[in-house]
Every structure is written in structure tokens, then in C-alpha cells.
Design a protein around this ligand. Structure first.
Ligand code: SF4
Length: 310
């Protein structure tokens, strides 16, 4: 049985004159300790999805659908209940640009202690913190340092350790390697590889290579919807949806000659998205029928929402 699932989730941003349908009917599920990569272009809704799961979206409102952890709905919990029982304890998040969220005026140890104090942890604080710092491959001496004394890679490891401090079942990581150089990226990815043995990871990225290092399953997002979902191997080796195919064609290959092709056009405006397939204007295989919204269709390699596989 899936231990974490998102069911027909819709998240919207409301302003006085418009409503942005940032996440529009997203569903997926994960088994225990399974990791997922959520991939898509900027503004496809992937960060909004992560923020909605941890209920930290500023301005984004869950208007329908459900999020279940171990069969328990977290959408209908009160804020107090969610904070007390879920946020950081069961589900945590490494936010985009989280390195800069460290408080410059306190040493790292103090910042860890604040989290434990918030959640009334009365056990051996120092041992818990040191064990967590060790999990991300840092020496406990960093605990006495201030953020400005650490490199970018060390700061990123500190924020990953903070997200792990209460040993959550699911850790969401939004573009956790974007601001790092290649070698530091590799070190952070190694940490994720070790962590995924004990924790489910939801890795949000536009980088297919990074996703391929960590994920067991992949969700391809386009214009607020998942257009293809399956295991990493199935989606990468045999992509079905024309958008997934285009994404994979845009990645340079190291071995052999291959032509990189870019995708022309732009995703639709999510204030008034088209009634039919949202990829219609950019799809080389679009047909008349695609003016109607395709359903999520079960295929051999997973699911896709494309009329070609009806
Ligand atoms: Fe292209 Fe039609 Fe499939 Fe959409 S439903 S991806 S327009 S073929």
C-alpha cells in the first residue's frame, strides 16, 4: 500500500483580478522509502506542489484534492495539528535557496537547538544534532561556526541536516543543488543517495541528470499538471508523452553524436489555461481531438495524459 499519496490536488493563487491554477489536479503515490523526482520547466507548478505538501505556500491555497501520509489526510488538519504532528516531524523541506535562510547572527548549533526547542524535544539535544550533522558528512566542529564561516556546499549540507533533524518520513528538496559547483553538487547527491535508504525524498528539479541520480519514480509536470508518471528507467528510456520526449531531447549526451533540440513556444497562461491538452500549441503531434483534455491513461510504462495512447 502506498504510504504517501497526493490525490487530484489543486492549488491556486488568488488575486483581486485573477486566479492562477498553479497545480491543477495532480495525483501520484509513493511506497515506503521510495523517492520521486518532479521535473518540469520553470513555473510549471513543481515548487508550488512541494510547498503545498508542507503547507508553507505563501498565497497558494489548496482548493481541492487530498494529501495522505500513512492513510491520514493532512489537508484537513488544523494548522496547529499539522505543525505539532507533521511539519518537520513527518514531512520536511529543503527550500529553494535555503542556504541563505541560515540566520547570520547565530552559530549553527544554536539554530539546530531552536528547532528542537520548538518541537519540545527533551532528549540529549547535542547527541541528536551531532548524529544528524554526521549523516550529511560534516564534522561536528561546524556546529560552533557562524554561517559566513562555511562554504556554499557546507551550508547546503547544514540545511539538509536541519530538514532531517526530526527524522521525517518524507523530505522534499527543491532544487537543492542549483547554486552549487559541479563537485559540491556531486557530494550533495551522494548524501541524498545514502539518505534515501531510510527516508522518502521528493526531489524537485528542472535538471533531468540530477533526478536520474536519486529518483525511483519520475513525475513530468507541464503547466500545472503531471503529464507522465512512471519509474525512472521507464520514463527515461521509453518516454511516451511528446513533452517528456522533447525534454529528453534537450539534454546533451556525452557519448555519441546527438542533436540537441529546443522546444519552441511557451507554456500556456495558467490564469486561463486551454480547455484541452495544455501542450497543444507546442506539440508536433497535435490533432483535432487534443482540443479536449486528455485523461490520465494507464500505459505499460506508467501513466501519461496524451490522446496518442488512448
Ligand atoms: Fe500532443 Fe495531443 Fe498528446 Fe497533447 S494530447 S501531447 S497535443 S498528441
Amino acid at each position: 500500500m502506498a504510504t504517501f499519496s497526493v490525490e487530484e490536488l489543486k492549488v491556486q493563487y488568488h488575486s483581486r483580478n485573477s486566479t492562477v491554477k498553479a497545480v491543477d489536479g495532480v495525483s501520484f503515490s509513493l511506497d515506503d522509502k521510495e523517492s520521486i523526482g518532479v521535473v518540469g520547466e520553470s513555473a510549471c507548478g513543481k515548487s508550488t506542489l512541494g510547498l503545498a505538501i508542507i503547507r508553507s505556500s505563501s498565497g497558494g491555497k489548496i482548493v481541492s484534492g487530498d494529501i495522505l501520509l500513512d492513510g491520514k489526510s493532512i489537508v484537513n488538519m488544523t494548522e496547529v495539528e499539522f505543525t505539532k504532528t507533521m511539519r518537520w516531524k513527518e514531512i520536511s523541506m529543503v527550500f529553494q535557496g535555503a542556504m541563505s535562510s541560515l540566520d547570520p547572527v547565530f552559530p549553527i548549533k544554536q539554530q539546530f537547538k531552536e528547532i528542537l526547542k520548538t518541537y519540545d524535544y527533551n532528549d540529549n539535544h547535542i547527541k541528536t544534532i551531532e548524529n544528524t550533522i554526521d549523516l550529511v558528512g560534516l564534522d561536528s566542529s561546524v556546529l560552533d561556526k557562524f554561517p559566513h564561516e562555511l562554504s556554499g556546499g557546507m551550508k547546503q549540507r547544514v540545511v539538509i541536516a536541519m530538514a532531517l533533524l526530526l527524522r521525517p518520513k518524507l523530505m522534499i528538496a527543491d532544487e537543492p543543488t542549483t547554486a552549487l559547483d559541479m563537485l559540491t553538487q556531486a557530494q550533495v547527491l551522494d548524501i541524498f543517495k545514502k539518505l534515501k535508504k531510510n527516508t522518502s525524498i521528493m526531489l524537485i528539479s528542472h535538471d533531468l541528470g540530477i533526478i536520474s541520480e536519486i529518483a525511483d519514480k519520475v513525475a513530468i509536470m507541464y503547466a500545472g499538471q503531471i503529464v507522465e508518471f512512471g519509474t525512472l528507467q521507464e520514463v527515461y528510456s521509453n518516454p511516451k508523452h511528446p513533452y517528456t520526449q522533447a525534454l529528453l531531447r534537450s539534454v546533451p549526451k556525452i557519448k555519441g553524436k546527438s542533436e540537441i533540440t529546443s522546444l519552441k513556444g511557451n507554456p500556456p497562461n495558467l490564469v486561463s489555461p486551454p480547455a484541452g491538452c495544455r501542450f497543444y500549441d507546442r506539440c508536433p503531434q497535435a490533432m483535432e481531438k487534443c482540443k479536449k483534455m486528455p485523461p490520465m491513461i494507464k500505459i505499460k510504462t506508467g501513466y501519461t495524459s496524451c490522446w496518442l495512447y488512448e
